[in-house]
Design a protein around this ligand. Structure first.
Ligand code: ZN
Length: 240
C-alpha cells in the first residue's frame, strides 16, 4: 500500500525525501513458506520489524498485494483502543398522575399531570441514562439507583444523570450524538423542543447540535393515546 504520509529517511544527520509513489507501508498478515521463514529467522541475529524485512534483507523476492488503509496494523497498545465508537439504547415509560409536576429532559413542562415514579419520572433523562450506560456496557439505571432505596425517593433525574456523566469522563468517553423519540399524545413536542434540547445540552455538557428530539403520537391508542402515560426511547453514540 502506498503511504498516506510523506516519508523522510535519515542517514546520520542528513535527511532524504522518499518518493511517496514508490514507498510502501507493509501491513499484516504477511504470508511466507514456513521452512524459508523458519530458517531465515533462526539465522537472523538483529531485531527485525516484520517478516518482509527479513526476506528483503536476504535479497529474496517479496510479492506485494495492494492493501487497504482501513486494515490498520496493530503494533502498539494504543492501536487497539483508539477511536472506538459504541452505541447504546434506552427505553422508559411512566404513568401520568394528577397533582405532580411534569419534567421532560430536566425541563418543567406545564401539563395537567406529572409522571409517577420513584423519582420525578423524567422519561427522557431515564432513557438517556440507560442509553449511555448501555454504550459504556455498565448495566442499567435500576442497578445504579435501586428503587427500594429510600435515599433515591423523589430524586430529581438530573441528579441521577450526574454520576453517569462523571463515569463517562472518568472512562474518557465523549458523546457523538443523542437521538430521542418522545412518545406521547400531549404535550406537543414541537412547542418545547428547543427548551428541552437546551436543558439537556446543559445537563449532558454537550452542544445542542448533538441532540435531536422527535415527537411521536400513537394515534390515540392505549394508555399513551389516552394521556395516561408517556414513553421515550433514546439511542446515543459515544467514542473513547
Ligand atoms: Zn423512569
Amino acid at each position: 500500500m502506498n503511504t498516506k504520509d510523506s516519508i523522510k529517511y535519515k542517514v546520520k544527520k542528513q535527511l532524504f525525501n522518499l518518493n511517496r509513489d514508490r514507498s510502501f507501508s507493509t501491513q499484516t498478515p504477511q504470508a511466507f513458506r514456513f521452512n524459508d521463514l523458519y530458517h531465515l529467522s533462526i539465522k537472523q541475529k538483529a531485531k527485525i520489524q516484520d517478516e518482509a524485512t527479513l526476506f528483503i534483507e536476504n535479497n529474496l523476492k517479496v510479492k506485494f498485494i495492494k492493501g487497504e488503509n482501513s486494515n490498520s496494523k496493530i503494533t502498539y497498545k494504543e492501536d487497539i483502543n483508539t477511536n472506538k465508537t459504541f452505541v447504546g439504547i434506552g427505553f422508559d415509560i411512566h404513568r401520568l398522575i394528577k397533582g405532580k409536576k411534569l419534567y421532560l429532559g430536566g425541563l418543567n413542562v406545564p401539563f395537567h399531570s406529572g409522571l409517577k415514579g420513584h423519582s420525578d419520572g423524567d422519561v427522557i433523562i431515564h432513557s438517556i441514562i440507560d442509553a449511555l450506560l448501555g454504550a459504556m456496557r455498565k448495566k442499567d439505571i435500576g442497578t445504579l439507583f435501586p428503587d427500594n432505596k429510600k435515599k433515591f425517593r423523589n430524586i430529581r433525574s438530573p441528579k441521577m444523570l450526574k454520576p453517569v456523566i462523571e463515569m463517562m469522563s472518568k472512562n474518557e468517553f465523549y458523546i457523538n450524538n443523542v437521538d430521542i423519540n418522545l412518545i406521547c399524545e400531549q404535550p406537543k413536542v414541537s412547542k418545547y423542543r428547543d427548551k428541552i434540547i437546551k436543558s439537556l445540552s446543559k445537563l449532558l455538557n454537550i452542544d445542542i447540535s448533538l441532540i435531536n428530539l422527535k415527537g411521536k403520537t400513537v394515534e390515540k391508542l392505549g394508555l399513551i393515546g389516552k394521556e395516561k402515560a408517556i414513553a421515550c426511547e433514546v439511542i446515543c453514540s459515544i467514542s473513547r
